[in-house]
Design a protein around this ligand. Structure first.
Ligand code: NAP
Length: 250
């Protein structure tokens, strides 16, 4: 039956950035769909853990360094026995005029949004190959995987790159039964957009351009996140799906 294909029963997922925002929404959706979830966060994911109980396990790790990757893999396998799904959701944004943009704001963003994403994905894919199980990798991209944005050069670089790398990895790993796809959220009401939403003029401009007429929510991302983690999407590979209230079509 078609709805059974969307089930994540028996699957084990790693979701980064599990304490808040879109990552928290994805953890909740996966547990509701039947998975066990390891949430990775630099601060304890207390609220998520209270919400999800025994099907959720929190690994504390700062993803600005790749040193934490072996621990994430080991703790997941120790706790739940295997890995089937990885969602690279954790990400940061730094806003500064490009004429003044600092090296620190460049490196900090590229490390979390691109370097660690690539090497965590590589480590999880090695595990999928060892397990001979295939698996699903979902990279959280952005409208700025398609557009330039303003005052966010390192963020745009990271999110454009992640869309490209998503295609590279799909090309290389399809033969192992691994799907690598992306989700490009539109403008969502989370901490990431707090500064934008505080800026009356920018906020009004953005809202006026969203055909749906509202900012998105973590719940809006859940359907695409479950689809791309489930066997319903087995023939979808290397693509970044926009969940944007119509923004890109405007
Ligand atoms: P958010 O509320 O700011 O969440 C970002 C998550 O990443 C938080 O859990 C954050 O932890 C975590 N994180 C950041 N740096 C980390 C590090 N060094 N180590 C471990 N975790 C780290 O924003 P969000 O909107 O939910 O963002 C989730 C993803 O969606 C990001 O990749 C973002 O770029 C992308 N996105 C968001 C929007 C939007 O409109 N909101 C649009 C397009 C794409 P802390 O809470 O500890 O900082």
């Amino acid at each position: 039956m078609i709805l059974d294909k969307f089930s994540l029963k028996g699957k084990v997922a790693i979701v980064t950035g599990s304490n808040t925002g879109l990552g928290q929404g994805i953890c909740k959706a996966y547990v509701e769909a039947g998975a066990k979830v390891v949430g990775v966060s630099r601060r304890p994911s207390t609220e998520t853990a209270e919400m999800l109980g025994k099907n959720f396990y929190n690994v504390i790790a700062d993803l600005s360094s790749v040193d934490v990757i072996p621990t994430i893999i080991e703790e997941t396998v120790k706790k739940f026995g295997r890995i089937d799904i990885l969602v690279n959701n954790a990400g940061i944004i730094k806003r500064e005029d490009s004429l003044e943009f600092s090296e620190e704001n460049w490196d900090t963003v590229l490390n979390v949004n691109l370097k660690t994403v690539f090497f965590l994905t590589q480590a999880v894919a090695k595990r999928f190959v060892e397990q001979k199980s295939g698996g699903k990798i979902i990279n959280i991209a952005s409208m700025l995987s398609y557009q330039g944005g303003i005052r966010v050069p390192s963020y745009t670089a990271s999110k454009s790159a992640i869309r490209g790398v998503t295609m590279t990895l799909a090309n290389e790993w399809a033969k192992y039964g691994i799907n690598v796809n992306g989700i490009a959220p539109g403008y969502m009401a989370t901490n990431n957009t707090e500064q934008l939403r505080q800026d009356g003029e920018r906020s009004a401009d953005i809202l006026a351009r969203i055909p749906a007429g509202r900012w998105g929510t973590p719940e809006d991302l859940q359907g695409a996140a479950v689809f791309l983690a489930s066997s319903a999407s087995d023939y979808v590979n290397g693509f970044t799906v926009a969940v944007d209230g119509g923004w890109l079509g405007r």
